[in-house]
Design a protein around this ligand. Structure first.
Ligand SMILES: Cc1ncc(COP(=O)(O)O)c(C=O)c1O
Length: 387
């Protein structure tokens, strides 16, 4: 039974609203950038409206209600008790990852990532003059795993940190407790800072799968840990810009804050009101969202299996972003192919680490998702009828 009366089948009008997703390439139907075609939950919209009604928009700091809401969320959702002083409030996740790089790396140091992965992971090392070391995930019959041997071999004396994406964008993988502990042990053995980007952690689609936050690692493995979270993907408020870091080690926290220098703006005050409301009151909506997304995922997977068998997909457990292997199509640039031949704009896998993949955003009303899939199918059928 739904917990709210929110209508997820309703497609909001987003063209000409200054939306990156809808207005950057206006000639195509957009299934790319990671925001959803749903309005935010009522509690979030009401909180923003209430703040707007105040009419005064001077510089703002994280207010008590926000801090309480974030701490409550961490305890309820992740079974984690931290204090207000462990939190660093930030205007976004990517600036936070870049900050972490600048806090611990000097020019010539190395940063580990595992591709395919959210494309800014490839760029943040450069902000610190560091070198990027990519140890790609490996694929077995069903899913993607860490390449433990290659990871161990990749670490040198110059390696200073690892950036993890859990749940994984674009693979949709939820890493197990065993995997996260093993990774943290590897980082600990080599004295690497572990930066865990958990922005998608509230979008686990299957009830039998559970997110294991790095915050739940044993205390000795949390000494060199920065955990990053945000309500932005879950409650569709990415345009507002708010995230937070949990850094329990005081010295590391200071190092992180010092690296901030003058580079980051103050946090938008509407974003903080929205985040407070989302974490405090958004849970019923989030449950309905996850149910809707799970059905979208199942519909999409069936569509691929039945109607577009050339496109290979794997098990997908989290996020509304599906990673699709287009190798069998034999086209040089699958993203370009689908935009030109189907009028459907997908995320190009190239900047994520694979030019043979595209990423499909199914965070939208099901009818709209199916419209995009049907157009893709027609484009593929044309390849077959031409050969
Ligand atoms: C793994 C991951 N981290 C960070 C971000 C972006 O976060 P922000 O907009 O707060 O910088 C995204 C957006 O898609 C993401 O998928």
């Amino acid at each position: 039974m739904p917990k709210t009366n929110f209508d997820f089948d309703q497609l909001p009008h987003r063209r000409d609203t200054g939306s990156i997703k809808w207005d950057r390439y206006p000639n195509y139907s957009p299934y790319w950038v990671a925001d959803m075609d749903f309005a935010s939950p009522e509690c979030v919209v009401t909180a923003i409206q209430k703040r707007v009604d105040h009419g005064v928009f001077g510089y703002a700091q994280p207010h008590a209600g926000l801090v309480e809401s974030v701490l409550g969320y961490l305890e309820r959702t992740h079974d984690v008790k931290v204090t207000a002083s462990d939190l660093v409030h930030l205007p976004g996740m990517v600036p936070a990852i870049s900050l972490a790089c600048r806090a611990v790396c000097s020019p010539g140091d190395q940063i580990l990532i595992c591709s395919p992965v959210y494309y800014p992971f490839f760029n943040v090392a450069a902000d610190a003059g560091a070198e990027l070391i990519d140890v790609p995930h490996i694929r077995d019959e069903k899913t993607w795993r860490f390449d433990w041997v290659a990871l161990e071999q990749a670490v040198t004396h110059q390696t200073k940190m690892m950036v993890l994406c859990n749940p994984q964008n674009p693979l949709g993988r939820v890493f197990s407790q065993e995997e996260i502990v093993r990774l943290a042990e590897l980082c600990d053995r080599h004295e690497l800072l572990l930066v865990s980007d958990e922005i998608h952690c509230d979008l686990i689609l299957d009830p039998e799968q559970h997110h294991f936050s790095a915050l739940r690692l044993p205390a000795e493995l949390r000494e060199r840990l920065i955990t990053l979270m945000a309500p932005s993907k879950t409650y569709n408020i990415a345009g507002l810009g708010y995230s937070f870091a949990v850094i329990e080690n005081e010295q590391l926290r200071q190092q992180f804050n010092t690296a901030r220098g003058c580079t980051l703006p103050e946090i938008n005050l509407l974003a903080m009101s929205a985040a407070e409301a989302a974490y405090r009151d958004g849970e019923p909506w989030r449950c309905d969202l996850v149910d809707y997304l799970r059905r979208n995922r199942d519909t999409l997977a069936k569509f691929f299996r039945d109607k577009m068998p050339d496109l290979k997909i794997h098990e997908h457990a989290a996020t509304y972003l599906y990673w699709i292997d287009c190798s069998a199509l034999n086209v040089a640039n699958p993203c370009k192919f689908f935009s030109e031949e189907a009028g459907v704009f997908l995320t190009n896998g190239g900047p994520f680490g694979s030019r043979k993949h595209v990423r499909f955003n199914f965070g939208c009303p099901r009818a709209h998702m199916l419209e995009g899939l049907e157009k893709m199918k027609v484009a593929i059928d044309q390849i077959h009828s031409a050969s």
